[in-house]
Design a protein around this ligand. Structure first.
Ligand code: HEC
Ligand code: HEC
Ligand code: HEC
Ligand code: HEC
Length: 497
């Protein structure tokens, strides 16, 4: 490995005294320091590495790559660890529904109400997707896409379209290696690469030239293969698609989904047509100051590490708060405690607004549900349903994204405030309807204080919805049968003529 190139990168400590001197000078120095680091990182090491024991195209066995690069391999293995907890994140398992049972009501009728955990290290990706209660025998193969380097391998073998259209269970034997080398690296040169078609397709639709992406862009784009908002396009096709055609803000996505007519599910209590956002990490991050200054995901989550005089990228991708010295302190000469306090205070403010939005949205679902039971018409409920759906989509764009507000603090609070505002408007419109029905302006909140209580509360609604769905399916099947008979009838007439 070319370690000379790596060790020519400036060490933060040598420039440290600069940043300490006065705030004005500090800001200038930080700017200089950051830009010199970023320029150095333009000089890619990857892409010029020789591989002693070459691996085949789409080799998904990470240990084979590891023979050539033991440091990267050993740190990559460390993503299995579950020993580091931060105030809101870390590599431990966290049950979001147990910690915040409101979510069960917000997702009533959708699989997320059954189970939703915080992410842990990449090494657990295969186990976690297999074990989530959200999976069943109808789950499409598309769900494997962000879990394993076996995916580009089977895509190359079976065809991309064909792979998406398969069932999840079809690939259980095939997909076994957790997120690894082939996901991000070209096997011949080790250059960073995009192995997933969905990202290439989304960038191309935006008019970007894939061949002209800079090395620094690639240090985030390898992550954007998976850490993004997506949906499965087409009932049969289940084609993995990023809704980026109008841009990457919450507003852009709202516009995209409204135009496409895509709906993820109908809410079991309020009857609203809902969209579930999935971790738009790259999109939200892109709107923060670090992205604006050209800092990449890898700068914080894969900082350089020193071992026996060799500098290499730490492949133990994790919360940077568990590794402040190598990540943040390369650019920020604040004490470790100051950095942590600063981040925790940003995250606490973020949670305050997020919680307020959740309370308003949960109550709006319940209030619409009660009004429907007490005889409100579809017409009366149309506007409140539209607003609860929109509020939740905005809330989820932020809630589902990782970093708990840190990646783009202002944008996060702006979008959460918008969600809260829309939910409040919904409650106001609905209050008029409810008053006419002789109901209080808003529904009283039932006891949903634990995950179990919340799940028990939504169960009758979900059961009723499922029964209705089944009856509709049976009716549709009967109609289909009848159509076939009618179709056959004239044919017989023709013959008899
Ligand atoms: C999630 C994406 C990702 C995965 C998975 C990944 N890498 Fe990397 N790797 C990177 C990034 C980003 C860099 C930094 C490249 C740069 O800026 O020069 C890198 C750098 C490297 C380098 C160049 C030297 C260095 O350390 O900076 C080697 C060698 C390497 N990786 C090997 C591996 C091996 C072996 C595996 C599998 C065990 C692996 N990588 C898995 C993203 C990844
Ligand atoms: C092939 C898809 C894929 C790629 C590429 C990928 N990730 Fe992930 N990432 C995941 C999945 C899936 C999880 C959740 C794993 C779990 O909980 O089992 C995850 C989890 C994480 C976590 C949580 C780890 C913890 O300890 O809690 C971080 C941080 C993270 N990824 C950052 C990154 C960064 C930074 C990059 C790019 C350098 C990247 N990921 C590239 C799919 C991916
Ligand atoms: C590669 C350099 C780099 C790294 C690594 C880095 N930062 Fe920054 N950070 C910057 C730059 C550049 C700015 C913008 C400040 C400016 O230009 O004046 C900034 C701004 C900030 C701000 C103020 C912006 C705001 O949104 O309020 C905070 C807080 C911050 N960084 C925290 C962190 C933390 C925590 C880490 C580690 C997880 C980190 N940074 C890692 C370069 C970096
Ligand atoms: C300036 C530093 C910085 C950059 C750049 C950055 N992050 Fe983060 N990231 C953080 C911090 C700080 C946290 C909060 C960790 C915590 O609270 O424990 C975080 C949290 C995360 C988490 C959740 C980790 C956990 O412990 O649960 C994921 C996933 C993640 N980031 C992915 C990304 C992706 C993908 C990118 C690029 C699009 C990115 N990050 C860019 C600093 C950064």
């Amino acid at each position: 490995m070319n370690s000379d190139n790596q060790s020519s990168r400036p060490r933060g400590s040598a420039l440290g005294w600069w940043v300490l001197g006065g705030s004005a000078l500090g800001v200038v120095a930080l700017g200089l320091l950051a830009s010199s680091i970023l320029e150095r990182r333009e000089e890619a090491v990857v892409g010029r590495l020789t591989i002693k024991q070459p691996v085949g195209e789409w080799e998904s066995d990470n240990s084979k790559w590891g023979v050539n690069f033991p440091r990267e391999y050993n740190t990559w293995l460390a993503t299995e660890k579950m020993d580091g907890e931060t105030k809101y994140g870390g590599n431990v398992e966290r049950d979001h529904l147990a910690n915040n049972p409101k979510l069960v009501v917000m997702w009533a009728g959708y699989a997320f109400a059954k189970g939703y955990n915080a992410p842990r290290g990449h090494m657990h990706a295969i186990d976690d997707v297999k074990n989530t209660p959200r999976r069943n025998d109808k789950t499409p193969a598309t769900c494997w896409t962000c879990k394993s380097p076996d995916v580009p391998r089977v895509m190359a073998r079976d065809g991309v379209k064909e792979y998406y259209a398969e069932k999840f269970d079809h690939y259980v034997q095939d997909v076994t290696n957790p997120i690894g080398c082939a996901d991000c690296h070209d096997e011949k040169t080790m250059a960073l690469q995009i192995s997933r078609p969905a990202l290439k397709e989304a960038l191309t639709r935006q008019g970007k030239d894939i061949a002209k992406l800079t090395h620094q862009e690639m240090r985030s784009l390898v992550c954007a293969q998976c850490h993004v908002e997506y949906y499965f396009k087409g009932k049969k096709e289940q084609y993995l698609t990023f809704p980026w055609d109008k841009g990457m803000t919450a507003e852009n996505m709202e516009e995209y989904y409204a135009e496409s007519g895509h709906v993820d599910w109908t809410h079991a209590i309020s009857g609203a047509k809902m969209i579930k956002m999935q971790h738009p990490d790259y999109e939200v991050f892109s709107q923060g100051v670090h992205a604006a200054r050209g800092v990449s995901c890898a700068d914080c989550h894969m900082p350089y590490k020193q071992e026996g005089g060799v500098k290499f990228s730490d492949h133990q991708i994790q919360s940077p708060l568990l590794n402040i010295e190598n990540s943040c302190q390369v650019c920020h000469k604040w004490s470790e405690k100051d950095i942590k306090d600063r981040v925790y205070s940003m995250q606490a403010k973020h949670h305050e607004v997020m919680d307020a939005a959740e309370v308003a949205i949960t109550n709006l679902h319940l209030s619409i549900g009660e009004a429907a039971q007490k005889g409100a018409t579809e017409e009366q409920l149309a506007k409140p349903r539209e607003l609860v759906s929109k509020a939740q989509m905005y809330w989820d764009y932020i809630s589902a994204n990782n970093g708990f507000g840190f990646h783009a603090p202002q944008e996060s609070v702006r979008v959460l405030s918008k969600a809260l505002n829309i939910a409040s408007e919904g409650r106001l419109v609905l209050a008029g309807v409810r008053t006419k029905l002789g109901l209080a302006a808003v529904a009283s909140t039932p006891d949903i204080g634990t995950k179990e209580k919340a799940q028990a509360y939504i169960k009758p609604y979900v059961d009723a919805q499922n029964a209705k769905k089944k009856a509709e399916e049976a009716k549709a099947a009967a109609e289909e049968q009848q159509k076939k008979q009618v179709k056959n009838a004239p044919k017989m007439k023709t013959i008899s003529r």
